[in-house]
Design a protein around this ligand. Sequence first.
Ligand code: ADP
Ligand code: MG
Length: 305
Amino acid sequence: MTAPLLEVDDLSVEYVTDARTVRAVDRVSFSIAEREVFGLAGESGCGKSTIANAILRLLRDPAVISGGSIRFAGTDVLALSADELREFRWRQVAMVFQSAMNSLNPVMTIGDQIADIFTTHERASKRNALERAAELLDLVGIPRDRLRSYPHQLSGGMRQRVVIAMATALRPPLLIMDEPTTALDVVVQQEIMAQIKDLQQELGFAILFITHDMSLMVELSDRMAVMYAGRFVETAAAQEIFVRPSHPYTRALMNAFPPMSGPRTRLNGLGEGVRFHDIPDLVAVGPGHWVAPTAGDAPLTEAIR
Ligand code: ADP
Ligand code: MG
């Protein structure tokens, strides 16, 4: 066994304000191997983006990492200096931010924005940087003459392709994608999912794939975790979760989204008053399948055996 690419161990993050302290991420552990797609699912506000930002050391006041460790390729991420962080971001781990397609600079051409990555991080000449920008557009099927376009001249889907291409620019072994298709309509969403799969096949990066949409998650992920109020409630191979969702919250989340293929059935609301408190540590219920036990649900382990 080679060491995992990313190891998050017992991570806790708190938002500390005068009024109160919110534990947004509570003792979360997971690892991602090279080339693996690891999915993080859970409804809005459960702490997904906070984990992503912790990994890239992008958390700012009032957020505090209050416990745990993050290692990338064996290196302690939480101990990196400012200089080391500049190398780490983009080159080791790149992020496609939530709503990234709307964060492109409106007054710069697409070409100049992509070229900037190469001039900044690799001291490439402008000419060389623009040539590599053109190659990146090729990679995601956008015509080269779009280098001279401004963001508003591109469709949402094209802008999203551009930001995904930009994240791959320095060939990082890990990409974090935070809700990469959420702002797009269903047809474009599927095109972007296909694009992500193609790129992953071709370039071989690992992905931390974040979404609240279980059908997209199962489509792309090798393994996944379901998160609720800062805690993991279940983690397993994505197919295993699809076939044997074992925590009631996982089942609720799966019912909340119809499968991408097949008829759209009624959307079931999440929870219907179901709330979980003090989620315990995960216990193994099968090979690589871990679930938080729920009170009154003791036969859970038996049921899936
Ligand atoms: P997700 O990405 O799953 O929607 P977030 O990680 O953005 O969730 O947020 C998780 C929780 O952290 C939120 O429910 C909120 O309570 C808290 N939180 C996030 N950002 C802040 C902030 N800037 N200040 C205080 N609390 C925050
Ligand atoms: Mg988020």
